[in-house]
Write a protein of this length. Structure first.
Length: 319
């Protein structure tokens, strides 16, 4: 089998095993961290990441795809520390996680120059290490596919064409970013079977999801526990229907869990839980609640489980 890059080096794709396809060991803004490092408790962050990954490992997870790119505080040394201490493989990405903003650095350089940066991460290594990115990340959210977002998507597409690396695109179904994102990748000549449109599980609009599936992309049902976008039971109903309709080979199930995230003050997690905006959000929720519920609904036998959690991530990562 082909190899996949992890933070611990290249591994045979057959060794990836059970995969969580979209999680974050740590999510924080690197600019804020660089300016006010004393606001961050690095040990607490590491402890939280170790705890989350160890919990996932206890459920049989062997590999975690960490979708943290630029502006999410991507730090492959941190990822490697967690991988080394837990024995769980971590797969890192390159790309830019922005809903619109671009630094002047990239505003004043063209798409191909941006792509050069991504290609270097894939071919040579990230942040001065020999750890290589295995996939490309971009995002579109409430603002839609703005000029800057389109630029990042085209750069990601061109880096994918130059390296063969697959693509994960954060999307926002509520404003239907997915079709335009797919269109840009298609215009650039990307093989759409190497593309994962993340966060499709945030909607109950089956026509929207099937419209994307018809183009050949993978869809991420990957935000289990984030009730503010869609509650778990509704996510399960959509997942079950997609499985009934024969889409098992294009579905990725995950939690988009952030072991720590600096978007909110520390007390916010308790408030969100109290309000029901998040529920049991963790790196094990899909095994604790989702897989059992889907089994109950009769749509997740052992073969389907293997398709979704082993074969799909492997196929997406390796073509
Ligand atoms: Zn994410």
């Amino acid at each position: 089998m082909p190899e996949v890059q992890t933070v611990q080096g290249a591994v045979d794709a057959g060794e990836l095993g059970l995969v969580l396809a979209h999680e974050h060991l740590r999510f924080r803004d690197e600019a804020v961290v660089a300016q006010w490092p004393e606001r961050y408790d690095e040990q607490a962050e590491l402890d939280a990441a170790l705890e989350a990954v160890a919990a996932a490992k206890s459920k049989g997870v062997q590999t975690i795809v960490d979708a943290t790119a630029m502006f999410g505080g991507r730090d492959v040394r941190f990822m490697k520390q967690v991988a080394d201490q837990t024995g769980v493989r971590i797969v890192a990405c390159t790309g830019i996680y922005s809903y619109d903003y671009l630094p002047h650095y990239f505003e004043n350089r063209d798409v191909d120059a941006m792509a050069d940066h991504f290609v270097a991460d894939i071919e040579h290594g990230i942040q001065g290490t020999d750890i290589k990115a295995a996939f490309l990340k971009c995002a579109a959210d409430e603002a839609g596919v703005t000029e800057n977002v389109e630029k990042i998507h085209r750069a990601v597409a061109r880096a994918s064409l130059r390296t063969g690396a697959p693509i994960m695109a954060h999307s926002m179904p509520a404003v239907a970013t997915g079709p335009r994102q797919v269109e840009i990748f298609a215009e650039e000549g990307v093989d759409l079977s190497r593309v994962q449109i993340a966060h499709c599980g945030d909607t109950e609009d089956l026509d929207y999801i099937e419209g994307l599936l018809a183009s050949g992309v993978y869809v991420g049902l990957d935000r289990y526990g984030l009730e503010m976008f869609l509650p778990i039971d509704k996510r399960n109903a959509i997942a079950a229907e997609l499985l009934r309709r024969g889409h098992a080979e294009r579905i990725l199930i995950s939690q988009d869990y952030c072991a720590t995230i600096d978007w909110y003050p520390a007390e916010a997690k308790g408030v969100f839980e109290g309000q029901g905006a998040i529920r049991n959000w963790s790196m094990t929720l899909v095994f604790d609640e989702v897989v059992p519920a889907l089994r109950e609904l009769g749509v997740m036998d052992d073969a389907t489980f293997k398709t979704v959690f082993v074969e799909n991530p492997r196929r997406w990562l390796t073509a």
